[in-house]
Design a protein around this ligand. Structure first.
Ligand SMILES: *Cc1c(COP(=O)(O)O)cnc(C)c1O
Length: 217
């Protein structure tokens, strides 16, 4: 299967309210351009250096998302152009995004990463912490919390996936009814996006199902 075929197949199955982020990390510019020529405009990366390089090299109408853990000291490199930051998980990071947003005359859209996986994971907030950060962020003028992001346990167990995604969707729905700026629930990757969509995802982050397996060095 080619990148274009993979992309078209996924898009054809996607409900129209679900946004596809094509996760292009480790993939060369040619692969991204093939997806671009197939109509894809939203791409996600998880490393700041790779993201800034690709932003420089590739068409300027691409919307770049940073999807992975982000260190505060690297926000300045992406603040001029990043469209959405998926994995905000600390107050320190929020303050830095706000500062860099202000410097660049932008309001930067962000998602709070909530820990839903049962397996040990280093990153992500619990529900109480996410609520606290959301409240604090309302005082920060140069960023906008537009929703939440979660990663399920790496498992084939459908019931477990379903429960993990459902817990985040419940949280999301509760916020969405009270706060109109909350529009986005980023959950679902190549292995679990069907289940994530069934459980209310509005944004999936899909890499290997589009571009093929990644080779890490
Ligand atoms: C790599 C990555 C993805 C995409 O993973 P695939 O399994 O290749 O679809 C999604 N979200 C995050 C945060 C990632 O780092």
């Amino acid at each position: 299967m080619s990148i274009t075929n993979n992309l078209n197949k996924i898009k054809s199955e996607l409900p129209k309210e679900v946004t596809l982020v094509a996760v292009s990390k480790t993939k060369p510019n040619e692969a991204i351009l093939e997806a671009y020529d197939g109509g894809q405009r939203i791409f996600g990366e998880n490393k700041v250096q790779e993201l800034t390089q690709k932003h420089e090299d590739l068409p300027k109408d691409i919307e770049w998302h940073i999807i992975g853990h982000l260190q505060s000291n690297k926000v300045k490199y992406i603040a001029p152009f990043v469209k959405l930051i998926h994995a905000v998980d600390s107050f320190k990071l929020l303050l830095e995004i706000n500062k860099q947003g202000q410097k660049n005359g932008r309001i930067i859209d962000c998602l709070l990463q909530v820990k839903i996986a049962q397996e040990e994971s280093k990153f992500g907030l619990d529900f109480d912490e996410a609520e606290f950060l959301f409240t604090e962020a309302r005082n920060l003028a140069s960023l906008n919390i537009v929703g939440f992001m979660g990663m399920a346990t790496f498992t084939d167990n459908k019931d477990q996936l379903k429960n993990e995604f459902k817990s985040l969707n419940n949280f999301f729905e509760q916020f969405r009814t009270q706060h109109p700026q909350i529009t986005t629930l980023s959950m679902g990757m190549s292995g679990d996006y069907h289940t994530a969509i069934e459980q209310g995802s509005t944004m999936i982050r899909v890499g290997s199902a589009i571009f093929g397996e990644r080779n890490y060095i």
